[in-house]
Design a protein around this ligand. Structure first.
Ligand code: G6P
Length: 611
């Protein structure tokens, strides 16, 4: 979703900002713009990619050491040049970029129109710009106070940065609900909506929290609340490095991230999986472990791929720890007046740690007294900071919009949590936990094995690249994998795909099956295999084109399916960590054959910061 980059210091601001906006492209956007201050304000913006903005800027290159930039993911008003940020108000003396949504923009806009304001576009951000101007004019205040007063009048969310021509050495930024951080350099300060644009300049960051603003000059910054109470903020050290956010020789980030999975799963288990001692150590939740062990119920809330990981977790927790689990779409959980209280634990799962609905679910459950724990990838993200305790996935930055390595790392953490709870609750015998722990330890090598032979995936992708629909079927632990496989395909190739519990196929999707329908079945050697074989027969009888994800020695499935991709044998509960890999590759390869923009699929955003 929308991205912000700001700079004040000694470098050429436009270069820093354009490079930064490119680093933020992965978040998903449809227009881009910059404002540079150098005695005058130069604003350039357009619909389309940052490369288009770059061309525009080349023709009229603004030199200056202070500026703000933005990538916009349209919410209010179509993506066009006028609605692109930065925005200004009547006297054109300042420029603002904004992430988030001003929910009361309509009422504010009507009032402002009555007071004589004229609007060029349809965005809520332009309303905020006019509001600041109006407040300044009526209140006869300084600019900073006008910003504070305006922000106190808006409902909704914002991460914003403002340049004011009258104060040429000052950048004002503020946050409520939309992430924003400051990168602290030597006589320079960077602003960004995530760390990727600033990592090549500095590792020192200050995370703004909700209702906070910062007044930034080239040699420092001051953080205060929007009610003007000064704050002293901790400076954090970023753990990521520049290589992690570059493609490293791969044509796409998604392919790079798929190939990283043997390593990321291993990183995720490092120091946590003590194979010889039959022990799991999850330091991030150790202080609250007793409360989790004694919980009456575990509720998992997440969105998208993280929700699928949560579903795998449900099977794991119920099987290994005999703990009742409910998995909720974070958005539905929030708006349902959920029954959750001090006896329950809410587990939120989020790669970015910024997903607005997941964050809202977390706050709702916390307010109702539940213990809230998290599984996050982005260190220092809002969800990571607001949960009572949690476990990082340590998968490194995930840039491809279609989540891959984050999913397998989330499932790895869930497996470790389930084993740990099973041990503590006495529901998993020593032998069983030893078997699963040993097996979990072999997963990275098995993932590497899958990634070594990609010919089958390539053949199948080429054959079905122009199919109009796909059906994905799985049972038990592999039902969520069927959902995830379908999601991956539709996200990046725009082929309609549905994931279904294999048995449920008879209640609808079977009507769609004919000789044109590719049906991906996940049918490994597990306790559901016989039933899966019956479902495969049902698909065959209707001439569906069967593609099986199975094991080398599963001769029945391999004989029945038209195409097979094999994965190594593992424990039932861990099979999603292997079966999902060919499905990620299948969707990737199909998207490449269809010439789709794999890393930045249309309309999608990496970090969904609006509800
Ligand atoms: C977006 C992304 C997905 C992701 C989902 C949840 O839709 O495109 O890849 O699974 O958000 O994001 P989170 O960061 O909370 O895991």
């Amino acid at each position: 979703m929308c991205g912000i980059v700001g700079y004040i210091g000694h470098r050429n601001a436009v270069d820093v900002i354009l490079k930064g906006l490119k680093r933020l492209e992965y978040r998903g956007y449809d227009s881009a713009g910059v404002a540079i201050s150098n005695g005058k304000l130069t604003i350039q913006k357009c619909k389309g990619k940052v490369s288009q903005l770059e061309k525009l800027i080349k023709a009229n290159y603004p030199h200056g050491t202070m500026g703000i930039g933005h990538t916009r993911w349209a919410t209010h008003g179509e993506p066009n040049d006028v609605n692109a940020h930065p925005h200004q108000a009547g006297d054109y003396k300042f420029a603002i970029v904004h992430n988030g949504i001003i929910e009361n923009y309509d009422a504010l806009k009507k009032e402002l129109i009555q007071k004589g304001h004229f609007f060029e576009g349809e965005t809520d951000t332009e309303v905020l710009a006019h509001l600041i101007q109006e407040v300044k004019k009526v209140g006869l205040t300084d600019f900073e106070t006008a910003v504070q007063m305006a922000l106190n009048q808006v409902d909704g969310t914002y991460g914003l940065a403002i340049l004011n021509l009258d104060e040429p050495d000052k950048l004002i930024v503020a946050r409520k609900g939309s992430p924003l951080l400051l990168g602290i350099g030597d006589n320079e300060v960077f602003v960004a909506s995530d760390a990727s644009p600033i990592i090549e300049y500095t590792k020192k960051v200050v995370y703004l929290d909700d209702d906070e603003m910062a007044i930034i000059t080239p040699d420092g910054y001051q953080v205060k609340t929007i009610s003007n109470i000064e704050l002293s903020k901790e400076v954090h050290e970023l753990e990521m490095n520049i290589e992690q956010i570059e493609k490293g020789g791969f044509p796409h980030f998604m392919l790079k991230e798929i190939h990283e999975q043997a390593q990321t799963i291993s990183d995720c288990m490092r120091g946590r999986l003590m194979v010889d001692e039959n022990r799991i150590v999850l330091g991030g939740i150790s202080d609250v472990l007793d409360r989790i062990v004694n919980a009456k119920r575990l509720v998992i809330a997440a969105c998208g791929t993280s929700w699928h990981a949560g579903m795998v977790g449900e099977y794991m927790f119920e099987h290994m720890a005999k703990l009742p689990v409910e998995v909720e779409y974070a958005s539905e959980f929030r708006y349902r007046d959920p029954l959750i209280g001090p006896d329950d634990v809410l587990l939120v799962i989020s790669q970015s740690g910024e997903t607005a609905d997941t964050l809202a679910a977390l706050r709702e459950a916390k307010a109702k007294g539940a213990l809230v724990i998290g599984i996050c990838n982005v260190v220092g993200s809002t969800i990571a900071r607001e949960t009572d305790a949690g476990v990082y996935t340590h998968a490194g930055p995930e840039i491809g919009v279609a989540s891959t390595k984050a999913f397998t790392a989330q499932v790895t953490v869930l497996a470790m949590m389930a084993i740990l709870l099973g041990q503590k609750r006495g529901t998993l015998t020593k032998e069983c936990s030893r078997d699963i722990i040993k097996e979990l330890n072999t997963i990275p090598a098995k993932v590497a094995q899958i990634l070594e032979k990609l010919d089958d995936v390539d053949t199948i992708s080429r054959l079905f690249a122009y199919a109009s629909n796909f059906l994905y079927l799985g049972r038990s632990y592999n039902f969520p994998v069927a959902l995830e496989g379908a999601l991956k395909l539709k996200e990046i190739s725009y082929i309609h795909a549905e994931g279904y519990p294999a048995a449920e196929m008879k209640h609808g999707p079977i009507a769609l099956i004919d000789e044109h329908m590719p049906v991906v079945v996940i049918a490994v050697n597990d306790h559901t295999n016989e039933k899966m074989i019956s479902n495969i027969e049902e698909v065959r009888a209707r001439k569906g084109r069967l593609i099986a994800i199975t094991n080398e020695d599963n001769h029945d499935v391999r004989r029945l399916a038209e195409f097979s991709i094999t994965v190594p044998q593992t424990h039932d509960s861990l099979s999603p960590l292997l079966t999902v890999i060919p499905l990620q590759l299948l969707s990737y390869q199909i998207a490449v054959y269809r010439k789709c923009n794999v890393d930045q699929p249309r309309n999608l955003a990496k970090s969904v910061t609006v509800e």
